[in-house]
Design a protein around this ligand. Structure first.
Ligand code: DAH
Length: 340
C-alpha cells in the first residue's frame, strides 16, 4: 500500500494542466467517492494496527496534496482568464470614499465650541413637544400668531402636542431640571409649517443659549455676543443690536454682524446695508422666570437664539437652503471641518 501511495503522490505532484476539463478529470480520478484516494482509504481498514499510524499519516498527506493541486491549478486558470480579458491585476483596489462632515454639523460644532469655551454646557430636548414648553411657559399670549396652525405642526388627535417651532422649549426644560446658575447651549431641529423655497424650509436647525444667575445684566449679554461674533466670523467683525420683540425676553434685540463679504461697505449679500442679521436675543422676561419657578427678584438671565442654516449660508455663500437636505455628494464633499 505504501508503494501505491508513493506512486500516486508522484503522479499528483507531477500533474499540470491549463485546461479546466483536464483539471476536473484529475479531481474526479483522485478525489471523488470512487477515486483512487477513496479506494486507498478503503484498503486502509485492513492495514495491521501497528502500521496504521504511519500509513494514515501518509494517506492524509496524499489527500491534502491532491486538494492543494486542484485549487492551485484552478486559481492559476482564473488569473489567466482575467489576464485574457485585459484586467490589470497589479491595479490597486477600488478606492473607498471617505465621508465628510455635513456643513450644518461643521457650523453647529463651531458655534457649540465657542460657547463651551465660555463655560456653557450642551443640553438637548425633545422635538415633539407640548404647548406649555413651546409657548405658554415662554410667555406667549393666547392669540400669538406663532401658535397658529399656519406656523406650527400640530398633531390632529392631540391639539396639545406639536413639533417644536424653536429650541426655546429646551430653555423651559432646563429651568425645570437644572439647579441654578444655568449656563446652557441647546442645539436642535425645529419645524415650521412653511412653504419650501430657496430661503425657507419646514425643517431647520437652531442653537439657543441661556444664562441665568444673580446679577446677569445686558452688558454680560453684549460681551458674550461680541466674543461669539468675533470667534465665528473673524476678529475684525463688528456687531450692532437693534431693538426687537420676543414674548420671552424683555428687553429684546436682534443682532447684526458687519457683512462678512464686504466688511461693511455694502454688497449684494448684505443688500447694500453693510450688516447681516444673525440672531435674536434679550434679557429673560421676569414673567418667564416666575412661570418656571425661578425667583425673578433674585435671579436674572439672558437668552439668545439663531438658525444654523442661515449662518452656514452666510459663511459658505450658499444660496439655496434646500441644498442642505438633498444629500447630494457633490455638494456635501465641498466642506471640511477645521479640526472638529
Ligand atoms: N426663538 C426665537 C425664534 O425661533 C429665537 C430667539 C430669539 C431665541 C430671542 C432666544 C431669544 O432665546 O432670546 O425665532
Amino acid at each position: 500500500m505504501l508503494e501505491k501511495i508513493k506512486q500516486l503522490s508522484a503522479e499528483i505532484s507531477g500533474f499540470n494542466s491549463t485546461k479546466l476539463e483536464e483539471i476536473e478529470q484529475f479531481r474526479i480520478k483522485h478525489l471523488s467517492k470512487k477515486g483512487t484516494i477513496a479506494a486507498l482509504f478503503d484498503e486502509f481498514k485492513q492495514v495491521p494496527a501497528e502500521q496504521k499510524k504511519a500509513m494514515g499519516q501518509a494517506l492524509n498527506e496524499l489527500k491534502t496534496a491532491a486538494l492543494a493541486k486542484v485549487n492551485e491549478l484552478k486559481e492559476a486558470l482564473s488569473d489567466a482568464e482575467e489576464l485574457a480579458t485585459g484586467a490589470d491585476l497589479t491595479m490597486p483596489g477600488e478606492p473607498m470614499r471617505l465621508g465628510s462632515r455635513h456643513p450644518l454639523s461643521i457650523v453647529k460644532n463651531e458655534i457649540l465650541s465657542i460657547f463651551t469655551r465660555l463655560g456653557f454646557t450642551i443640553s438637548e430636548g425633545p422635538e415633539i413637544e407640548d404647548d406649555w414648553h413651546v409657548f405658554s411657559a415662554l410667555n406667549f399670549p393666547e392669540e400669538h400668531p406663532a401658535r397658529d396652525m399656519q406656523d406650527t405642526f400640530f398633531i390632529t388627535r392631540h391639539p396639545d402636542i406639536l413639533l417644536r417651532t424653536h429650541t426655546s422649549s429646551v430653555q423651559v426644560r432646563d429651568m425645570e431640571t437644572h439647579p441654578l446658575p444655568i449656563r446652557l447651549v441647546t442645539p436642535g431641529r425645529v419645524f415650521r409649517n412653511e412653504a419650501i423655497s430657496a430661503r425657507a424650509h419646514c425643517i431647520f436647525h437652531q442653537i439657543e443659549a441661556l444664562y441665568i444667575s444673580e446679577n446677569v445684566s445686558f452688558a454680560d449679554l453684549k460681551q458674550t455676543l461680541t466674543y461669539f461674533a468675533k470667534e465665528l466670523f473673524g476678529a475684525d467683525t463688528q456687531i450692532r443690536l437693534r431693538p426687537s420683540y420676543f414674548p420671552f425676553t424683555e428687553p429684546s434685540a436682534e443682532m447684526d454682524v458687519s457683512c462678512t463679504l464686504c466688511h461693511g461697505k455694502g454688497c449684494n449679500v448684505c443688500k447694500g446695508s453693510g450688516w447681516l442679521e444673525i440672531l435674536g436675543c434679550g434679557m429673560v422676561d421676569p414673567n418667564v422666570l416666575d412661570l418656571n419657578g425661578i425667583d425673578s427678584k433674585k435671579y436674572s438671565g439672558f437668552a439668545l437664539g439663531m438658525g444654523i442654516e442661515r449662518i452656514a449660508m452666510l459663511k459658505y455663500g450658499i444660496k439655496d437652503i434646500r441644498l442642505f437636505f438633498e444629500n447630494d455628494i457633490r455638494f456635501l464633499e465641498q466642506f471640511t471641518a477645521a479640526g472638529i
